[in-house]
Design a protein around this ligand. Structure first.
Ligand code: URP
Ligand code: ZN
Ligand code: ZN
Length: 484
């Protein structure tokens, strides 16, 4: 049945105007003043509300086996939580065990994600380097429609890759028209600091933060930027949490490099004081990497979003229950790393960003959907209220109020790191590919409604001799992506 959203103000990243929006099937059919509703149309009154592109969260870990546990929100409940908070697409990380075929890991993720209630895509992780990885990267790009490869510079002995592996993989990305992503922390230094802290008797969650100071993130960010530049690849830095990392990205961009930075809603709003709680559970529930930082870093991240040196706000949703966190009761290295936020990212960012005047409504759309849609090469299919775009929309009531509470959340964990935060501005309706997914507390989306979204490669860097072991790209000619 067609849906007409009547009487709202359409907000895109580049313009706003009062307009009705007609949805026919899975896409937007018309935008304009006083659109007639064909017979049988479901009419939604959006008076006083904004009509925006549904959010895209490009950083989730649903049902991820990690550090001896499996993250608690699976594709069904993670995406249902997302829809209730105005997010209509997630991009999850397909992570092969080191040595495992990427193709096998992709099949595992496709199987897990059949339950998704919203649209989704994948990034592929490079967790080791071999001729097989080199060959499979091409299949991942050309056959599976994945144009992003993730690299962990931390988690030594598990997912971490070294500089040689980064160089090989970044060069391969440049050749294939893909973007490398990095988790930027110096994993060797983190491992040494962890040992030293434990030897000094620091076993609690505060040790997690002490072992991963901003310096280790800043160094790794600078290193990844240099390696990307040497190989001719663009670079996307996930969970940029501190001034040191943001400044490295801003410097690179000022020098003409295509480098993107992604702060998380957690790092924008929560600080390192959380790890000093006398309540072990409270602190452990907030253990993630990079850890929360001192408040001064938050100002830098907000400034990055305002000035455009940082482009995307994500969540890194990787939720573990309190019971799972207790695996690390005697040793902070064993606390599964990860927090949640998928359900709350949009209302929290609106409250702390738009209501405070830090972000305009259009900038809110930019950092929650349009910029990442452009970086991932799915714009304007996603990230825009435009004729022909997927009808992934949120009707946003700027006066709706919501107090965050674990008791009322859809997420499957028993707490919420934002418990008690009061948000003003929230979705009243979420529409996912033309279907009503959520309406004022009533979840309509069902398991399996989501579809896998393929993402085409960018124009590759021209490499004359592109074979295993000989692939190099010219320095400083980063291609791919756009520059939001
Ligand atoms: O602590 C985190 N961030 N857990 C998820 C894995 C990752 O590093 O992104
Ligand atoms: Zn990470
Ligand atoms: Zn992550």
């Amino acid at each position: 049945m067609p849906i007409l959203i009547r009487g709202g103000t359409v907000i895109n990243h580049d313009y706003s105007r009062p307009a009705d929006v007609l949805i026919d099937g899975e896409t937007i059919a018309a935008i304009g003043p006083s659109i007639d509703a064909p017979t049988g149309t479901d009419v939604i009154d959006a008076g006083g509300c904004y009509v925006m592109p549904g959010g895209i969260d490009p950083h989730t870990h649903l049902e991820l086996p990690f550090m001896g546990s499996v993250s608690a929100d699976d594709f069904e409940w993670g995406t249902k939580a997302a829809l209730s908070g105005g997010t209509t697409m997630v991009v999850d990380f397909c992570i092969p065990d080191p040595g495992q075929s990427m193709l096998a890991a992709y099949q595992d993720w496709r199987r897990k994600s059949e339950k998704a209630a919203s649209d989704y895509g994948f990034h592929m992780a490079v967790t080791s380097w071999s001729k097989q990885v080199f060959d499979e990267m091409e299949i991942v790009v050309k056959t599976y429609g994945i144009n992003t490869f993730k690299h962990f510079m931390a988690y030594k002995g598990a997912l971490m890759v070294n500089d040689d592996e980064l160089y090989n993989s970044f060069a391969r990305c440049a050749h294939l028209g893909a973007i490398p992503l990095v988790h930027a922390e110096n994993g060797d230094v983190v491992a040494r600091m962890q040992e030293d802290l434990l030897a000094r008797g620091v076993t609690g969650p505060e040790g997690h933060a002490y072992s991963r100071p901003p310096e280790v993130e800043g160094e790794a960010t600078n290193r990844a930027i240099m390696i990307a530049d040497m190989t001719g690849a663009p670079l996307y830095v996930v969970h940029t949490s501190c001034r040191e990392s943001h400044e490295a990205i801003a410097r690179a961009r000022a020098a003409g490099k295509r480098v993107y930075g992604e702060p998380l809603i957690q790092h924008l709003l929560l600080d390192a004081g959380e790890y000093q709680s006398r309540d072990w559970d409270h602190a452990a529930r907030r253990v993630m990497s990079p850890p929360f930082r001192d408040r001064s870093h938050q100002n830098s991240l907000w400034a990055g979003l305002q000035s455009g040196s940082l482009q995307v706000v994500a969540t890194d949703h990787c939720s573990f229950t309190t019971e799972q966190k207790r695996n690390g009761f005697d040793d902070f290295r064993k606390i599964p790393n990860g927090t949640g936020g998928l359900e709350d990212r949009m209302p929290l960012l609106w409250t702390a960003g738009v209501n405070t005047g830090r972000l305009t409504k259009e900038e809110f759309v930019a950092v929650t959907s349009a910029n990442i849609a452009r970086i991932l090469n799915i714009y304007p299919r996603k990230g825009a209220v435009a004729i022909g775009s997927d009808a992934d929309l949120v009707v946003w009531d700027p006066s709706a109020s919501k107090t965050i509470s674990a008791k009322r959340q859809l997420s499957r964990i028993d707490y919420n790191v934002f418990e008690g935060f009061v948000c003003t501005g929230a979705p009243v309706v979420t529409i996912s590919r033309g279907k009503l997914a959520w309406r004022t507390g009533d979840l309509r989306a069902t398991r399996g409604d989501g579809r896998y979204v393929e993402r085409p490669a960018f124009s590759p860097v021209h490499v004359a001799n592109s074979t295993w072991k000989t692939e190099t790209a010219p320095k400083g000619v980063a291609r791919g992506g756009i520059t939001p």
